[in-house]
Write a protein that binds this ligand. Structure first.
Ligand code: K1U
Ligand code: ZN
Length: 167
């Protein structure tokens, strides 16, 4: 397994639109393992392939505290969304920034697992929020883009300052 570098906002590659996975083969299963290790090490509760500069429709999520409930979504599709709720979100590509974002309260998603088997999942709470956040990454959208231009400018300045300080 390997820990992969995570693209940092405002890297242009975070805005690429991911392509469908045509074949769930060994190379996809290896990427799933590497992404899971990268997510657990960060630490985070989700990771989209886009964030590790692989522009294919693949997401890993584990919202458990015990790191033993890994969920893999290949070619995910949102079938249904219900309700609205505001939830605080973070992002491994935008470190140190946490903001409240409006999302659907419940979602139904259809996807393939790491063996290429189709499944449908009804999700709510943090899992539903995380699925929406990660599916946005696959469309090239970073959560801060839901915020005002003023907030986005402030966030970019804060990240720039922080990166200057740690280099
Ligand atoms: O996409 C990402 O960058 C991962 C992101 C997912 C996410 C978090 C919160 C709401 C929506 C989506 C993160 O994992 S940020 C880190 C984080 O939230 C966390 C880290 C350690 C323990 C618990 C949470
Ligand atoms: Zn993110």
């Amino acid at each position: 397994m390997a820990i992969l570098p995570i693209l940092q906002y405002p890297d242009e590659r975070l805005h690429k639109v991911a392509k469908k996975v045509e074949n769930v083969d060994g190379s996809i299963r290896k990427l799933v393992k590497d992404m899971a290790e990268t997510m657990y090490t960060a630490p985070g509760i989700g990771l989209a392939a886009t964030q590790v500069d692989r522009h294919i429709r693949l997401i890993v999520i584990d919202v458990s505290e015990t790191h033993d409930d890994l969920r893999v979504f290949i070619n995910p599709e949102l079938l249904k969304t219900e309700g609205k709720e505001e939830h605080e979100e973070g992002c491994l590509s935008v470190p140190g920034i946490y903001e409240k974002i409006n999302r659907a309260e419940r979602v139904t998603v259809r996807a393939l697992d790491e063996n290429g088997k189709e499944f449908t999942l009804d999700a709510e709470g943090l899992l539903a929020v995380c699925i929406q956040h990660e599916m946005d990454h696959l469309l090239g959208k970073v959560f801060v883009e839901y915020l005002s231009h003023l907030k986005q400018t402030r966030i970019r300045a804060k990240l720039k300052k922080h990166r200057r300080e740690i280099l």
